[in-house]
Design a protein around this ligand. Sequence first.
Ligand SMILES: [Zn+2]
Ligand SMILES: [Zn+2]
Length: 158
Amino acid sequence: MNYQEALQILQIPESRATEQEVQSAFRAAVKRHHPDTGGRSRDFQQVIDARNTALSVLSNVRLPRIELTLVQTVDGMSRCRLRKTCPSCHGIAKTATCQACNGYGVRCRSCRGRGEKIVPCTTCRNFGYVLSEITLPERDLEKRVVKVDGVSYQAVLV
Ligand SMILES: [Zn+2]
Ligand SMILES: [Zn+2]
């Protein structure tokens, strides 16, 4: 059983998979499948395996998450599209004092009374993230630990 199959058995979408989610999905599944309450022991064993598999992946991964979309795998290398926080603005819109009113704000149409304006980020056009592509070993993707620009991330396939 691999990680993805385990999550399917526990009925957890990968984007929401955390240790806590796995534990609570496991408890719910145990209620449904426990042999003492009429469940089949084969299903019950499968739920236990699913929890162990999911936890073994999630527990050694306490890394920042990165969302990847698999494009294709050729010769053991996987090409993925990824969304990463904008390196220029770090996903947080920068603001600057409004030039029109010098930050006074009152009755200023230029800044609509806020006294400051958002400085457009030319890298991400204020989306806060940028899209790019990386190629990495298929093995890393299976373990859900990937390195991007020298930093390790927990990969979430979307
Ligand atoms: Zn930006
Ligand atoms: Zn203003």
